[in-house]
Ligand binder design. Structure first.
Ligand code: FEO
Length: 400
């Protein structure tokens, strides 16, 4: 049965939720699911903006058939070709053979890479930056946003209703639980962490490109943001845009310490716990600790974008970095984290190599400051190391 949500008089959410999925993109845990958003504008011409993942196909087609109520579909605007949004392109062109696909040249090439569609040039309206499409009451304008998150990405701006269809930007992990607008839920309490984890892991690497999009968006009046995942924004847009400003410029949200450790027998954890306690005694608030062997790296990457200071503590293993810490560090480097103050602790019973290897990896990050002296534990924490950890805690506090 259809499940549509009315957003404006002639605009409907026709997407679907997936709460069975365990790993989004086969890598990111999504314990509260994911929504695949698609929007249908019922102007004098009908316009579908993006499709959904193949897992949502059945619900999606029930939704658009209900909203169309026998009308034909005139246009399909494709903002993004990743298969969580484009999976139904082939089916939809078969169901509505007269429709025109509105997209850019890179998107057209990708359609032919992903699908075996039987389309001619007459099926396409190829757009360039700033081109417009009038659909009756509405005029849509197309703004390119390359690498937010793929090279073909564009966003669509409804000039008439001042709505930005923002593709992956301003999305969040988590299914839509009945409500459709972010102001109808406790977004800060329930969803902001998942919005940050979504942003940092999906597009965190592309901060400069997100900055370019934010600059373009600053030049237009936006009353509503309709992303491809998560809730629709119609109030307090500036609060979410401000988060995007911070995340895309790699600016910490809070001045505090994130400690990520891996520990085989508990001694490296012990050092991390002692340091955390010393920091607390020095007045540092809201310290966060993760065992990187237990917590999926996407959560730690997300908090790495939030915190100003990060301590990495790991045991030496196979003459290098313990595998789960190495995986986390590679992930942080891959996501282009910048502007952080970092300290390291390692443990090695006979040939400690982990600390140097961690610092070499972290040296790839831009504008990183190593704080305090590296602390090396030999097997377990002894009194002299308590003193070294104390000195490290003081150096971290002094740098805040
Ligand atoms: Fe939700 Fe880049 O796709």
């Amino acid at each position: 049965m259809y499940n549509v949500k009315k957003i404006k008089e002639d605009l409907f959410w026709v997407g679907a939720n997936d709460r069975r999925i365990s790993l989004f993109e086969s890598v990111y845990p999504v314990p509260t699911g994911i929504s695949y958003n698609s929007y249908l504008l019922t102007d004098e011409k009908t316009v579908l903006l993006d499709t959904v993942d193949k897992s949502a196909s059945h619900q999606f087609f029930e939704n658009i058939e209900y909203v169309l109520s026998g009308r034909k579909l005139d246009y399909l605007v494709i903002n993004h070709m990743e298969p969580d949004h484009c999976a139904e392109i082939q089916t939809i062109t078969e169901k509505y053979p007269d429709l025109k696909i509105v997209c850019n040249a890179k998107t057209q090439a990708m359609i032919n890479q992903f699908f075996d569609v039987n389309l001619s040039e007459d099926n396409y309206i190829l757009v360039k930056e700033g081109d417009t499409l009038n659909t009756g009451k509405h005029t849509l304008s197309f703004v390119f946003a390359p690498m937010v998150h793929w090279p073909e990405v564009m966003v669509t701006y409804d000039i008439t209703d001042k709505i930005l269809f923002s593709a992956d930007a301003f999305g969040a992990f988590g299914a839509i639980d009945g409500n459709i607008f972010a102001d109808e839920v406790d977004f800060e309490g329930r969803y902001m962490d998942e919005a940050r984890r979504y942003y940092t892991n999906i597009v965190g690497k592309y901060g400069p490109q997100v900055q370019m999009l934010l600059k373009k968006a600053a030049g237009i009046e936006i009353e509503m943001i309709c992303p491809l995942h998560g809730y629709v924004w119609r109030k307090d847009l500036e609060k979410f845009i401000e988060k995007y400003q911070k995340w895309s410029t790699y600016t910490p949200e809070i001045s505090s310490v994130l400690i990520a450790y891996t520990s085989v027998y508990g001694d490296t954890q012990n050092a991390a716990e002692i340091l955390a306690g010393q920091l607390a005694e020095l007045g540092v608030k809201d310290i966060k600790m993760y065992d990187a062997s237990v917590t999926h790296p996407s959560y730690i990457v997300s908090d790495a974008f939030k915190y100003s200071h990060i301590v990495f503590a790991s045991t030496t293993y196979n003459n290098g970095i313990f595998v789960n810490m190495e995986n986390l560090l590679h992930d942080i480097v891959a996501h282009n984290l910048q502007n952080r103050k970092i300290a390291t602790i390692d443990n090695g019973s006979w040939a400690p190599t982990c600390g140097k290897a961690m610092q070499e990896l972290l040296a790839q990050l831009k504008n990183i400051e190593i704080v305090g002296q590296h602390v090396n534990i030999k097997s377990s924490v002894k009194q002299d190391k308590i003193t070294e950890l104390e000195e490290l805690a003081k150096a971290i506090k002094a740098s805040m």
